[in-house]
Design a protein around this ligand. Structure first.
Ligand code: LLP
Length: 442
């Protein structure tokens, strides 16, 4: 997080708090809430500046969600984008403004739809023609006649990293194809007496640094907007999804500032709209990673350390930490790269190439493939892994019946648990046989 620094004695300070204060709580996510809030505000300000106060920014809850995140996003003027009953319920119970909540998903369940539409959420993003029928049926069953709907369009643009690719075909599960089903979906929603068409949606990928991908997708969507306009169907809003990347290690580029992204979007959208002779619709986005990602670091305690022989008489130092793939699946799942630093002391020792591994029964349980750490690291040292705030806690599991780490918020030098660390009892409580036998002996 911004404002993280190393004290003279080498102790890392996040949100004004020395990480040594959290030594008893590892492994834990350490969340700088001011950093999260600042990133959320930056998006809201940038988009509203570029789009004359007409933009919507929805925080993509899948990146990291808890009541506090909802409050912070809300305070920054952001809506909440959800993709399941759990995310939706968390957002609503935490007090998100329903009109600023969206629901995504390629296979929404009836109960999710019912909860969403009766709560009066601002947008249901439909992902198939089938779903339009389901939505109509649920709207009628709930006695509602004005359910706001967006149509998710696959633009053929896919992005991630520095590059984006633009194709005409779509062979993946999300969205409705620009060349056919999307227009059909828009017509059907428009014709419905219980649904209200509010816009088109597109999400081109994640961990993107090339702004051009968003512009290309937007331009393609505007083509559809123009075609629909000829049929008398007005599209008021374009949602361009999430996807802006963050730097995980020094090898990653520096992501563009939201202001730069917003200005580039405005310029290219305006040009495309003018070219097609249509008015610029309202624009919205759904950033997740770029808000939550940098705001959290993972704090581990180092356990066993050993050298394993590799080729040509070389050795590799394996550093085990008290967590692993259950709190950060991204390296195993996506080959994602992270870095790490000693958090509890200074060291003048030379650096040694290390591999940071978890404590799961699986050799692929690697948190960091290659990182230089001081050669004198030892059991009991604290290790900080930055940029775990997005898709870290959110994708944590109980593999090997490990307990999922908690999230400790740090602000102004104070620590506060916002998500409790799981206990073994929490994990075992779901096993009805164990609960029954415990009840019997009690
Ligand atoms: N909107 C929609 C419709 C999305 O599907 C996503 C992410 C977002 C917004 C937020 O995207 P972001 O700004 O966070 O890139 N688990 C993967 C990332 C999956 C992203 C899925 N959709 C990872 O850990 O990299």
């Amino acid at each position: 997080p911004a404002g993280t620094y190393r004290r003279e004695d080498g102790v890392l300070v996040v949100g004004g708090l020395a990480l040594t204060e959290l030594a008893e709580s590892t492994p834990t996510f350490v969340w700088d809430t001011a950093d999260f809030a600042a990133r959320a505000r930056r998006w809201a300000e940038a988009m509203n500046e570029a789009f004359d106060g007409r933009a919507h920014v929805h925080y993509a809850a899948k990146a990291f969600l808890c009541a506090r995140a909802v409050h912070l996003a809300n305070d920054a003027g952001l809506g909440i984008d959800t993709a399941s009953a759990g995310e939706l319920e968390c957002a609503l119970r935490a007090g998100a403004t329903p009109e600023l909540v969206g629901l995504h998903g390629n296979n929404k369940l009836d109960a999710e739809i019912d909860r969403a539409i009766t709560a009066g959420i601002g947008r249901i993003i439909v992902d198939s023609l089938d779903e339009i029928d389901v939505l109509e049926e649920r709207a009628r069953a709930c006695g509602l006649s004005d359910v706001p709907v967006m149509v998710r369009v696959t633009s053929g643009v896919h992005a991630g990293g520095h590059e984006f690719i633009a194709t005409a075909h779509e062979d993946q599960k999300f969205g409705l194809s620009l060349s056919g089903a999307a227009a059909q979906a828009a017509r059907r929603v428009e014709a419905s007496d219980v649904l209200r068409l509010i816009g088109l949606h597109s999400h081109i990928g994640s961990q993107i640094f090339a702004i051009e991908g968003f512009a290309e997708a937007a331009s393609r969507l505007l083509e559809l907007v123009a075609d629909l306009a000829e049929e008398g169907i007005t599209i008021d809003e374009l949602d361009l999804g999430g996807g802006l990347g963050i730097a995980y290690t020094g090898a990653d580029p520096c992501p563009p500032h939201p202001r730069e992204v917003a200005a580039a979007l405005r310029a290219s959208l305006e040009e495309s709209a003018a070219m097609r002779g249509i008015a610029l619709p309202r624009v919205s986005i759904e950033p997740g990673r770029s808000i939550a990602g940098p705001s959290q670091i993972m704090l581990y305690t180092i356990g066993t350390i050993k050298d394993q022989p590799v080729d040509e008489g070389q050795v590799r130092t394996y550093v085990s930490i008290d967590g692993g793939m259950s709190d950060n699946i991204r390296p195993a799942l996506y080959g994602a790269a992270y870095t790490a630093t000693l958090a509890n002391r200074a060291s003048a020792a030379p650096l040694r190439r290390c591999r940071v591994v978890g404590r799961h029964c699986e050799s692929g349980d690697i948190v960091i493939h290659d990182v230089c750490l001081p050669a004198d690291i030892r059991r009991g040292d604290l290790l900080a892994v930055p940029a775990v705030g997005a898709y870290g806690h959110a994708m944590a599991s109980n593999y090997n019946m490990l307990t999922r780490p908690g999230v400790i918020a740090v602000a102004d030098g104070e620590a506060e648990t916002v998500i409790a660390r799981e206990t073994v009892d929490d994990v075992l409580r779901r096993d009805r046989d164990l609960v029954a036998s415990a009840d019997k002996t009690a």
